[in-house]
Design a binder for this molecule. Structure first.
Ligand SMILES: [Zn+2]
Length: 256
């Protein structure tokens, strides 16, 4: 049994709330998540993107990142960060990844009998990586080189696989990866993909497409108060069930 902590769309920033987003409250919500996951003996912790929110200068945004990265790191030694559009708004990918101590923006790894893939859809249609406010958030793409890598990575393993992404791979529209049909085709043809976890649209959502579970996780930043937070503990039995234990406003799921 593997235990994975998961949270998304934390949007931490030292700035006043805007609409339904309570940026400063993320620190208290993260402390609450830390407490709730303390006894879970996590194998690893994954953050599905939009870890921070935009600042008007690189310096300030680096400060936001430093502030949230520290308590997040205290939850688990083994951590994985998916790039969200807000992570690389002012910062470059190299600056964000340097700030959290992660080498690559997309990669895979094995844990026991499971295979895990982190994807990066923060690329413009022309293949340019996001950074320094050079993009519009609706133009999210997985470029040809990453698609090729994904295809051979999945073909290279017989293990059951779970995919982590920020922008959505299960639908069309503003919150979707523009070339999501091409990505889904690769996932379906691989035949070993069990589930895809994604963030970006901030509300609980779930869809099954061609036998693969696509689960959109609740954003931590939405609404005021701990009761309106959202995070999850995945319990993964490679030969049994994949259970999503949702905390606060995060929905529960169980798939076999
Ligand atoms: Zn977000």
């Amino acid at each position: 049994m593997l235990r994975v902590g998961m949270m998304t769309d934390m949007h931490y920033a030292d700035k006043n709330p805007a609409g339904t987003r309570y940026y400063r409250e993320t620190l208290a919500k993260l402390a609450d998540a830390s407490e709730n996951l303390a006894d879970a003996k996590l194998d690893f912790l994954v953050e599905l993107g939009d870890f921070i929110d935009a600042a008007d200068s690189v310096e300030t945004e680096r400060r936001y990142l430093k502030t949230i990265a520290k308590p997040f790191a205290e939850i688990c030694d083994d951590r994985h960060y998916v790039l969200g559009n807000h992570c690389v708004d002012t910062l470059t990918k190299a600056e964000f990844l340097g700030g959290v101590g992660q080498e690559k923006s997309y990669y895979s790894s094995d844990r026991g009998e499971m295979h895990f893939v982190v994807l990066d859809a923060c690329f413009k249609s022309d293949g340019t990586p996001y950074g320094r406010k050079n993009f519009v958030w609706t133009d999210a793409n997985i470029p040809p080189e990453e698609l090729e890598w994904l295809k051979s990575d999945l073909q290279g393993t017989k293990k059951k696989t779970i995919i982590f992404a920020h922008q959505r791979l299960d639908n069309e529209g503003n919150h979707a990866v523009k070339n999501s049909p091409a990505v889904r085709k690769i996932l379906q043809e691989a035949g070993n993909v069990w589930a895809v976890f994604q963030g970006h649209s901030h509300a609980n959502d779930y869809r099954e497409v061609a036998g693969i579970h696509y689960c959109t996780m609740r954003a931590m930043v939405e609404k005021s108060g701990l009761a309106n937070s959202g995070f999850a503990l995945l319990e993964i039995d490679p030969h049994g069930t994949l259970k999503i234990n949702g905390f606060r406003d995060q929905a529960d799921y169980q798939w076999s």
